[in-house]
Design a protein around this ligand. Structure first.
Ligand SMILES: [Zn+2]
Length: 187
């Protein structure tokens, strides 16, 4: 989990050279891809090329103004979301240990979310029997929900989506080794 987001910067001078590896390239520390790109066999998390296999990263994205419509009403948000959403399905390389970490994040995150929901529901039932148990149940439920979300977001997702448009997807958090492999680093 030792992520180093401030890795020594690669050569920014020759950064944007689209097409170096076909459908992915680096712009500074942002990885830009075709929305259906297959990335090089380099681990997106640690930059190794040993034991790397591809995992599917499916993501959807809407611009900030669309997210703000949730303040108007959740229904408006849902409608806007489905109208303006852009998706991508990119094959991302991960080494064995980062594939394991991703699995743990997916399973652990899901378990924590479900346990958290049960704790919250349980808290509502406990209110009938013993009021002293309400706060621990609800507090524990919220903690579990947050832990679950963090596991899903931090451990299970190999790259963070920054922006998706019709013809390109932008990601943060790619290892410098991957950025170099797609050709943004120059020589
Ligand atoms: Zn790795």
């Amino acid at each position: 989990m030792a992520n180093n987001p401030f890795e020594a910067p690669t050569h920014h001078g020759g950064a944007a050279t689209p097409g170096t590896s076909g459908d992915a390239w680096a712009e500074g520390d942002i990885l830009v891809t075709d929305p259906h790109a297959v990335l090089p066999c380099v681990c997106a998390r640690c930059g190794t090329s040993e034991g790397v296999e591809h995992v599917k990263l499916k993501a959807q994205w809407v611009p900030m103004w669309a997210r703000m419509t949730i303040l108007l009403s959740p229904l408006v948000y849902l409608i806007v979301f489905f109208i303006v959403k852009k998706g991508c399905e990119v094959q991302v390389g991960l080494c064995e240990s980062h594939r394991t970490q991703r699995k743990l994040g997916q399973i652990g995150g899901a378990v924590a979310l479900i346990a958290g929901l049960f704790a919250l529901l349980g808290g509502a039932f406990l209110a009938e029997m013993n009021e002293a148990l309400i706060l621990p149940a609800i507090g524990g439920g919220f903690v579990l929900l947050i832990v679950g979300l963090v596991m899903l977001v931090v451990m299970a997702v190999p790259l963070r989506v920054q922006k998706i448009t019709a013809d390109r997807a932008e990601f943060k958090g790619a290892h410098a080794g991957l950025l170099q492999a797609v050709g943004g680093g120059g020589l």
